[in-house]
Design a protein around this ligand. Structure first.
Ligand code: APR
Length: 320
């Protein structure tokens, strides 16, 4: 059986980490693409030289030529610029939209059958633009954000309850920005919803509220610490989970930026919602019910995504 091929468009901090994880997990052979000469080649060689020590057989190649991504099964897109302290994800629109056009055209030409995972920020608008520029089916283009935001939420909750991260499930919905909606009702400690855990006296509402707030600002906290860029270990791990579920048809149910065609009352936009990822890509949307308060927060988040999409349409009127 031929090996899978994973193309990483963008070989910066997240791209390099993705390459390392994909190779270690033997998800397939890895192509690192970047416009910066030498960076993808250097990272590919460095990671390949760790393979004999770690014992994996994935092959790695660095390139500046889109032709090398030909036939990729999965493309993970991190091309663009990350945030610096004081910047919001939204400040990146203008530069990264141009990058999405080039990347969309490259993927359409060389890897039109790939499952495409976008990570570039501002995520919900960039994945929307990437789908339009590439013309790939909407079920084959998704955005990585919800798994990362949920993983941050889970990590904070595990610390608060002093339990294994594996015993914590969490859902963060909506756009990947400050308006994201960490759902306490759908987040659990071993199946017990957070409000019930508060009733049982394991935590307080104030502490949960503070964790929700920290989750919303989780990316900014790391930008503030690193000062030269944004998070990369957890974003890469999250995208690899999506790639693995697609390649192995695992059908994990995870929050991702998915194309909505009327679900949750939203049309022709990408927003973070729970989906099933299998060999068909985004196979099914889990249209959970919201309380009035949750619905209001979700709509508020969708409005923020709408503003970003409108900003994209102003910059590039070909985007309808
Ligand atoms: N085509 C391909 N690669 C590009 C292009 C392009 N048109 N423009 C920029 N790049 C490359 C850069 O050369 C750089 O190597 O994208 C890479 C981005 O890497 P980093 O600057 O290290 O950024 P990273 O931390 O990996 O984040 C990438 O993901 O989470 C988001 O906000 C983040 O938008 C940012 C993206």
């Amino acid at each position: 059986m031929a090996r899978n091929k994973i193309a990483l468009i963008g070989s910066g901090m997240i791209g390099g980490t993705l390459a390392h994880l994909a190779a270690q997990k033997e998800l397939g052979d890895v192509v690192l693409f970047d416009i910066a000469e030498g960076i993808p080649e250097g990272k590919a060689l460095d990671i390949a030289q760790s393979a004999p020590v770690d014992g994996y057989d994935s092959r790695l190649k660095g390139t500046q030529d889109y032709a090398d991504i030909a036939g990729a099964d999965v493309c993970i897109v991190t091309a663009g610029v990350p945030r610096k302290p004081g910047m919001s994800r939204d400040d990146l629109v203008e530069i990264n939209l141009k990058v999405m056009k080039a990347v969309g055209e490259g993927i359409a030409k060389h890897a039109p059958n790939a499952f495409v995972i976008c990570i570039t920020n501002p995520l919900d608008a960039m994945v929307w633009a990437l789908q339009k520029f590439s013309g790939l089916p909407t079920n084959k283009v998704v955005g990585m954000a919800g798994i990362l935001d949920s993983s941050r939420f889970r990590m904070f909750l595990a610390e608060e309850f002093n339990v294994s991260v594996e015993s914590v499930t969490a859902f963060v919905l909506g756009g990947h920005g400050d308006t994201m909606v960490p759902s306490t009702r759908y987040s659990t400690i071993a199946g017990v919803p957070l409000p019930d855990m508060v009733k049982l006296g394991w935590s307080t509402q104030e502490k949960i509220d503070a964790i929700v707030d920290r989750t919303r600002k989780g990316g900014g906290e790391i930008v503030g610490l690193l000062k030269t860029g944004s998070a990369y270990y957890a974003p890469a791990a999250s995208a690899i989970q999506m790639a693995e579920s697609y390649l192995r048809d695992k059908k994990v149910v995870v929050p991702c930026a998915a194309y909505l065609d009327g679900e949750f009352g939203v049309k022709d936009r990408y927003v973070g919602v729970p989906i099933v990822i299998g060999s068909e890509g985004a196979e099914r949307i889990l249209e959970i019910e919201f309380t009035d308060e949750e619905k209001q927060m979700f709509d508020n988040s969708v409005a923020a995504v709408e503003d970003l999409v409108e900003a994209c349409q102003k910059i590039d009127p070909s985007l309808k």
